[in-house]
Design a protein around this ligand. Structure first.
Ligand SMILES: [Zn+2]
Ligand SMILES: [Zn+2]
Length: 178
């Protein structure tokens, strides 16, 4: 199983708007999930979103043991039960929740499990929250020196431009006029 892809489900969930069912449908991958998602799932996803964000915050703040405890609690709440599934006959693939499970059970079991394996592999210090406060997106830091600070190039560039302008304003203020 590709645990990395499952871990990124957790990232996608934390960063997704979840205002209503349409927002949730945009997040979901497989067609059956989009079709079967309900208002009840929206509530479950919102709760999981909050708890997953806390885990990224704990990781980025170096509270490793707390991040592990929080993830273990989520693993208990969203158990994995692997199963071969096919939505049409020639399409066997793995599902991670038991037959007849809700969309939230299937999505969250995979997301939580993937993030847990990711933590064991790379450490919770590589859970990141974007340094741009207006953004707040989370990410998994795969940089070679564990130094990534932003969720995306876009946020990094915006922040560097803003810092440059601030330095220039400060320098201008020190220059005597006339
Ligand atoms: Zn499927
Ligand atoms: Zn960002």
């Amino acid at each position: 199983m590709n645990f990395d892809a499952y871990a990124h489900r957790a990232v996608d969930l934390v960063n997704a708007p979840l205002g209503d069912l349409d927002d949730l449908r945009r997040l979901l991958g497989e067609e059956w999930m989009r079709d079967e998602a309900t208002e009840r799932d929206v509530a479950v996803f919102r709760r999981a979103q909050k708890r997953l964000r806390e885990i990224f915050q704990l990781g980025t703040a170096q509270h490793d043991a707390d991040a592990v405890a929080a993830l273990n609690a989520l693993l208990e709440a969203h158990p994995v039960q692997p199963r071969i599934s096919g939505h049409d006959a020639a399409d066997w693939h793995m599902h991670v929740a038991s037959r007849g499970s809700s969309v939230s059970a299937e999505y969250l079991a995979g997301a939580v499990w993937g993030l847990a394996v990711w933590l064991c592999e790379y450490g919770s210090a590589r859970f990141g929250v974007c340094a741009d406060e207006r953004c707040g997106n989370v990410y998994l830091d795969t940089s070679s020196n564990c130094c990534r600070r932003f969720c995306s190039e876009r946020c990094a560039t915006r922040s560097h431009v803003a810092a440059h302008r601030a330095r220039k304003r400060a320098a201008d203020a020190l220059t005597p006029v006339g």
